[in-house]
Design a protein. Structure first.
Length: 289
């Protein structure tokens, strides 16, 4: 039986979608809270978590713009950034009202202002996001073209970056607490949102670090498990598998014996193409995706 490490890394993909959303929410909330305390972690972090995960998912859709190599997910970065800013401004205006109920009219007005005039804030934030998160994701997509091993290495890069940025965001959250410890109170409702936002910020940062780190560790475990299996098969230690030289290079081959006695014959099926180091590249199984 082929080890699970040879299957498509679906778990890694979903872990990193979550890691991107959590880490992006934590670092965004920490940054804006440092610039202006009225931007609580809830105001900026919650919409960023939602749109960040959607963005990370859209980037994985392979459909491209015409015949260009650019995926539609990258083009979606601009409207998603505008909507993110709109929702953040909407929450800010809806909760800034003196009324106890959620001000829906203020929310809609904030969304409109955030999308339009808020471009002076969300455009630089988008550039920072593309540099901090977009470059690692683009690198991972480039590595994924080299096959299963390349895809896992790319997922490991994304996981490590997310974990690192989440740890930075967690540290910033404690800096903000120290800076504002003696600040003048905003009022009961606003102070409650600031406190809740701080909790949200730290939870998102911790989860982002854990989920991103888990994705990186799991990628390493899968790669080592797969390479050990290939080495053992090459040495004849695993019944039913062997490594053959083909016109395209090395290949992991599954061997099935048919018949009995002198009529026995071997049926072979290529499972995976391998690079010179024994890393799995291209699957020969139709059900890999």
């Amino acid at each position: 039986m082929i080890p699970p490490a040879f299957a498509a890394p679906k778990v890694l993909r979903w872990l990193n979608i979550a890691a991107v959303g959590l880490s992006l929410a934590a670092i965004t909330a920490s940054t804006f809270a440092g610039l202006d305390r009225s931007f609580s972690g809830i105001t900026t972090g919650l919409p960023t978590l939602m749109f960040g995960m959607l963005w990370a998912w859209l980037l994985r859709i392979p459909n491209t713009i015409g015949r260009s190599p650019v995926r539609w997910g990258w083009l979606a970065s601009v409207p998603l950034a505008a909507l993110n800013a709109g929702f953040a401004a909407g929450i800010l205006m809806a909760t800034d009202s003196q009324a106890n109920a959620f001000d829906f009219g203020g929310f809609l007005g904030g969304v409109a202002l955030g999308i339009t005039f808020g471009v002076f804030m969300w455009a630089p934030a988008l550039v920072g996001t593309l540099v901090a998160f977009g470059l690692p994701i683009a690198m991972s997509q480039s590595l994924a073209k080299k096959g299963l091993a390349g895809e896992e290495r790319g997922e490991r890069i994304v996981g490590i970056v997310c974990a690192g940025l989440a740890i930075i965001a967690l540290g910033l959250s404690f800096v903000h607490t120290s800076e504002h410890s003696g600040a003048e109170a905003f009022g009961t409702r606003r102070e409650g949102l600031v406190a809740a936002g701080l909790v949200f910020m730290r939870i998102a940062a911790v989860l982002g670090a854990v989920v991103g780190g888990t994705a990186a560790v799991l990628a390493n475990i899968r790669e080592r498990s797969r390479k050990l299996f290939v080495e053992n098969a090459e040495q004849g230690k695993i019944p039913g598998f062997r490594v053959d030289a083909t016109a395209e290079g090395k290949a992991l081959v599954r061997v099935s014996s048919l018949g009995q006695g002198y009529r026995v014959s071997d049926f072979t099926q290529e499972v995976f193409l391998l690079d010179e180091e024994g890393h799995a590249t291209e699957s020969r199984l139709a059900d890999r995706a």
